[in-house]
Design a protein around this ligand. Structure first.
Ligand SMILES: NC(=O)c1ccc[n+]([C@@H]2O[C@H](COP(=O)([O-])OP(=O)(O)OC[C@H]3O[C@@H](n4cnc5c(N)ncnc54)[C@H](O)[C@@H]3O)[C@@H](O)[C@H]2O)c1
Length: 374
């Protein structure tokens, strides 16, 4: 049943993410005020949301009344001055720090002193966006996943100066909109985009050692993962995966844990990017190889280690990381649940063997996080 919520939510940017985020809040009964700098994006927004909702009505997943009530909660406006009543504004504009800073400066002159400014950035430090704000204590990240309407997870990343009141309020509003909110530190990739890296990276290391992609994918599927690393890269696009890997490597000062393997660059250079080009690492084939549990243990050991390094940086919990990885990536178990399955001694032994076998520049890749040696 449709609820009515007193708070008013603002959304700036009506592209892939912004329109979905607006739908999430409007559907939960919040008055949702939204805009976009680009007139065609504004003008088409209501129709795009109506089409998305009508498809759900046709599929029998939504009543026509709920669709109409959602659309009635959506208010597309032309200027930011119409955002004055908002309690929380989420920006989903272009991924550029200067653009986000300028937007927040404009909003600060319009909103009440208590209103929260949330960024949906995937890669810009929240602290750097907050740095130019008059009231940085109300700035934080609410990182939604694509598509926001279907993905349950939202990562909430405050920066060091975010007020506890702003964190609590952003969490409460986003939870009321039906999302599972996991708090994490203002660190590159937050939880999911960072802790997922070894799933691809260690698979590429195995590939370069001579294991076929089919064998690697089969091992992970036998371990319960819905898609193997190469099927997942084919789905996302090798170019997108490479850009995400390189971005995180840069943000983490090129630490070997984020090593950009040559086989990924070669794949992108070949133009065989995955489903979208008709051919990828595996696509259009699927895997029929026999499962090798040692491969699954190796990849999970590096997933566990990355999660344990993030844990050492503070601002999150093992449960939070596990939940984020299951909801954000559809993983069958979180890294700390996998650790409980193998035990710390087995994971330490796996990492030590990998370090011993790795070429010297990659050895620090397998250094165990403090949590694993405690
Ligand atoms: N696409 C994803 O999978 C995804 C996932 C999580 C987070 N994000 C982040 O969400 C944000 C938006 O991504 P997207 O994929 O929706 O982009 P998009 O290109 O689909 O949409 C961005 C929209 O913002 C508008 N815009 C740009 N500058 C503006 C400004 N100054 N003021 C108002 N509107 C402006 C554009 O006209 C466009 O309609 C980015 O920060 C991105 O990193 C994206």
């Amino acid at each position: 049943m449709m609820t009515t919520n007193a708070a008013t939510i603002g959304i700036v940017g009506l592209g892939t993410m912004g329109l979905g985020i607006a739908q999430v809040f409007a559907q939960a009964g919040f008055a949702s005020i939204a805009t976009d700098a680009h007139a065609p994006a504004r003008d088409s927004a209501r129709m795009r949301m109506e089409q998305a909702l009508t498809a759900r009505v046709t599929a029998g997943k939504l009543t026509p009344q709920a669709r109409d009530a959602t659309l009635a909660n959506l208010h597309i406006v032309e200027t930011l001055s119409d955002f004055a009543p908002c309690d929380l504004v989420i920006e989903a504009i272009i991924e550029r720090a200067d653009a986000k800073q300028a937007l927040f400066a404009d909003l600060e002159s319009i909103l009440s002193a208590q209103a929260i400014l949330a960024t949906n950035t995937s890669s810009i430090p929240v602290a750097s966006i907050a740095a130019t704000a008059k009231h940085p204590d109300r700035v934080l990240a609410l990182h939604f996943f694509n598509p926001p309407t279907a993905m349950k997870l939202v990562e909430l990343a405050p920066h060091a100066g975010t007020a506890p009141q702003a964190i609590a309020c952003a969490r409460a509003l986003t939870e009321t909109a039906g999302k599972t909110v996991i708090q994490c530190p203002d660190r590159p990739g937050f939880i999911v985009n960072r802790c997922a890296r070894p799933y691809y990276g260690e698979a590429l290391a195995l590939l370069e050692e001579g294991h076929p992609a089919t064998e690697i994918d089969a091992a992970m599927m036998a371990a319960g993962y819905r898609l193997g690393p190469f099927a997942l890269i084919d789905l996302i696009g090798a170019d997108i995966n490479l850009a995400a890997t390189e971005g995180l490597a840069r943000a983490m000062q090129d630490h070997p844990r984020y090593h950009v393997f040559a086989s990924l660059k070669t794949q992108v250079a070949s133009g065989h990017l995955g489903r979208k080009t008709g051919q990828g690492f595996l696509h259009p084939n699927t895997t029929e190889a026999r499962a090798n549990p040692a491969i699954a243990q190796r990849i999970e050991a590096t997933l566990i280690n990355e999660a344990a390094w993030l844990l050492a940086e503070g601002g999150t919990t093992p449960d939070g990381i596990d939940t984020a990885m299951k909801l954000g990536l559809n993983f069958p178990r979180g890294p700390f649940e996998a650790l409980a399955h193998y035990g710390k001694p087995a994971i330490r032994a796996t990492l030590a063997a990998l370090a011993a076998a790795a070429p010297a520049p990659l050895q620090p890749r397998y250094a165990p996080a403090p949590f694993l040696t405690e």
